[in-house]
Ligand binder design. Structure first.
Ligand code: PRP
Length: 215
């Protein structure tokens, strides 16, 4: 008997990108067209079940084995690095992590810098690798105002179009790494569900293994 695959998707753009990708792979995804406020969807043939969840929770569902597959941004995986296998770079949802600040910022200044971010693990790693011990100030959002009002010397944040930085008088000083949507899987599912590997291979054939440089 065919076993059902449960896929946890990050609500919003990643969910839309994944549905589009699955349509390209030949799956009829029309059952997800009229979502309303539903958060669980089952395909009419019962082969797939989709859970729509918040980004960091994708890793939680996969880690606990209630989802076989998760689709989530690399930014989230960096901060939640364990309990799953990262299988594919899906090559959509492209953006980057950067260090940004006002033009008063001097990256070569030797004083201990204060860095505001929603991504403390990534930010600390980045500066540590450069041999700099920085003070990380964790905040939850609207990070761009931190250097403007003097909470921090600079920020580490996601840059996509650059519009948010520009609107708040900030500029990029350093790029840290590329971010894109990734497919993660539960290790046990890979063993126990023979349907899983062919599914991954099918998607892999569509996304290729391109490493896209910074936009
Ligand atoms: C992200 C990020 C920036 C913005 C960058 O925020 O933290 O603020 O997008 O996009 P841009 O370069 O295209 O302007 P998000 O929309 O996730 O909101 P948040 O800051 O409230 O988390």
């Amino acid at each position: 008997m065919t076993k059902q695959l449960t896929i946890a998707l990050t609500k919003g753009r990643i969910e839309e990108g994944t549905v589009e990708l699955l349509e390209r792979a030949g799956f009829d995804m029309s059952f997800m067209a009229d979502k309303g406020r539903n958060l669980i969807f089952e395909s009419p043939d019962k082969r797939f079940r989709f859970l729509l969840v918040k980004a960091p929770d994708v890793t939680t569902y996969v880690r606990h084995g209630v989802a076989d597959i998760g689709v989530v941004g690399k930014d989230v995986l960096i901060e939640h690095p364990t309990g799953y296998l990262e299988m594919l770079d899906l090559n959509f949802g492209l953006c980057k992590f950067s260090v940004a600040s006002t033009n008063a910022y001097d990256p070569t200044d030797h004083k201990r810098k204060r860095i505001a971010t929603k991504y403390p693990i990534l930010a600390k790693d980045f500066f540590n690798q450069k041999g700099e011990d920085v003070e990380i100030i964790s905040i939850q959002g609207s990070v761009e105002i931190a250097p403007v009002i003097g909470l921090a010397d600079a920020i580490v944040d996601i840059v996509e179009t650059g519009n948010t930085l520009k609107a708040n008088g900030l500029e990029v000083f350093e790029d840290i790494c590329r971010i894109s949507a990734r497919m993660i899987v539960n290790k046990a599912s890979l063993k126990n569900k023979p349907e899983l590997l062919p599914f991954i291979k099918k998607i892999e054939g569509l996304v290729g293994d391109r490493e896209v440089a910074f936009k």
